[in-house]
Design a protein around this ligand. Structure first.
Ligand SMILES: Nc1ncnc2c1ncn2[C@@H]1O[C@H](COP(=O)(O)OP(=O)(O)OP(=O)(O)O)[C@@H](O)[C@H]1O
Ligand SMILES: [Mg+2]
Length: 446
């Protein structure tokens, strides 16, 4: 190859290399440009995520976001959230740039942030704001700060039903100070929980757990009226509850002179208590035995009344007598279809005497507990029912039965027509208080 050929060859190679480098530089430029576009898009998305005024649903998961996001977003998020709350307040001087918020359509995980505006609950012209550091919505903890205060505990409490409705779940106000209200979501009570003898208290009847406060419910035997009716449709938990009530009596036998257990289902489930305290705890199921017992109890009342008069005391605070009748309807029905049958006369007398015990037993220390599926005359005579001042009402699906026991059904802690198994409305006839309770389950078969 001549020298000039070599030079041309070399020049062509240089030109090719030049083209290649040129292309490479263009590629790199393109890459840089793309990265720039991406970064700008990312920034826009990042900050758009925080444009709560455009769409309140963007508040969803804000507490969680702040744990993982970058410094700038963490700085901006609370500012924008507080700005939204302020803009939503009727007293605000900010221009109304907020779109109408459809609270019913708001995502559930965005709702805790706007609880104040939803409830129209504000203190010192500002809605309480969710504390983004101390709250943990996912684990049922919401801390609200009222920056202008003072926060009002009563107002929070009054709004709890609306809070439960809107946020879903059973929220309670667990702490309150002048500027902070802390809400906690309670896990639902299990459908069934076992009886534990540690729930019992000396001198008290144990009546399950208050569904709202989760506290055990205890009523002093001395404060009980003479009669307590346990009503509820079949299979709703009456007999189980009776066994639980009986545990209190058996654990407090020293306060009782006699305990009579009457089983309308032929003594099958109560028989096991017969040997607990012979001479003190009696189990019976035959009708004539019950008739004799009520005659005895009426005589006992008279004797005790006379004794109390002589000693000038008017209320028994010990030496109680418990009479527990499961399935009252068995004993309410007339024994014979023949009106002249002598048993019918004895039966009529029995009903009179039982009504007398229910009416006058309180001052003489008699404590009567009866179960009936329906509060109707065929199951429990009205004279007896009217004197059962305390009622433990399990599910009563029929309106007329529920209203027979409660009158108005609005405003009760739970609807008696839709109670779950083992739950009841406990009405204290002495104080007028009505509580929603759940009874534990007895461990042994009934
Ligand atoms: N407190 C409770 N918690 C969960 N389950 C319960 C509870 N009480 C009762 N149950 C369930 O309901 C079933 C029926 O209960 P129970 O025998 O007490 O009803 P009842 O109201 O006495 O019915 P009946 O009127 O037919 O005698 C029980 O076997 C038990 O499985
Ligand atoms: Mg039963």
């Amino acid at each position: 190859m001549t020298g000039s050929m070599q030079q041309r060859h070399h020049a062509r190679a240089l030109l090719r290399e030049c083209d290649r480098l040129h292309n490479e530089v263009a590629g790199i430029k393109q890459l840089i440009q793309n990265a720039d576009i991406l970064r700008r898009a990312h920034d826009t998305a990042r900050f758009e995520r925080l444009l709560f005024t455009l769409d309140a649903n963007r508040l969803a998961g804000l507490v969680e976001l702040l744990r993982t996001t970058d410094h700038e977003s963490a700085r901006l998020a609370p500012i924008r959230y507080h700005h939204l709350l302020q803009a939503l307040h009727p007293a605000t001087t900010l221009g109304k740039v907020i779109q109408h918020i459809d609270y019913a359509a708001l995502r559930p995980d965005a709702r805790p942030y706007l609880l104040g505006p939803f409830l129209n609950l504000s203190f010192g012209n500002a809605f309480p704001r969710l504390c983004l550091q101390r709250s943990n919505p996912a684990s049922g903890r919401l801390v609200y700060i009222s920056p202008n205060g003072p926060s009002e505990e009563d107002a929070w409490r009054a709004h709890l039903p609306a809070i439960r409705d809107w946020l879903g779940g059973d929220w309670e106000l667990i702490r309150h100070t002048v500027s902070v209200a802390e809400l906690e979501q309670r896990t639902p009570l299990p459908a069934a929980f076992p009886f534990n003898s540690r729930s019992l208290a000396p001198g008290h009847l144990y009546a399950g757990v208050d569904v709202k406060t989760r506290q055990h419910v205890h009523i002093p035997f001395a404060d009980l009226p003479s009669g307590t009716l346990l009503a509820g449709a079949t299979g709703t938990g009456k007999s189980n509850a009776l066994h639980i009530l009986l545990q209190s009596i058996l654990a407090n036998l020293r306060f009782f002179s006699s305990v009579y257990l009457v089983d309308g289902k032929d003594g099958v489930t109560l028989q096991r208590y017969a040997r607990i305290a012979p001479g003190k705890v009696h189990v019976l199921w035959a009708e004539p035995h019950l008739w004799k017992l009520t005659t005895h109890l009426v005589e006992f009342m008279r004797a005790r009344n006379a004794d109390q008069r002589a000693r000038n005391i008017d209320n028994a605070t010990g030496n109680f007598v418990a009479l527990i009748i499961d399935e009252m309807s068995t004993f309410t029905a007339k024994p014979s279809g023949d009106a002249k049958h002598p048993d019918n006369k004895l039966h009529a007398r029995f009903l009179d005497e039982l009504a007398m015990v229910a009416r006058r037993g309180r001052s003489t220390g008699i404590r009567l507990f009866v179960t009936a599926q329906e509060p109707v005359a065929e199951q429990i005579p009205p004279t007896i029912r009217a004197n059962c001042l305390n009622t433990i009402s399990f599910k009563l699906p029929i309106d007329a039965h529920a209203t027979a026991l409660f009158g108005q059904l609005e405003g009760l802690p739970a609807d008696p027509r839709h109670l779950q198994r083992g739950r009841a409305l406990l009405k204290n006839g002495v104080t007028g208080e009505i509580r929603h309770v759940q009874f534990p389950v007895m461990g042994t078969p009934r």
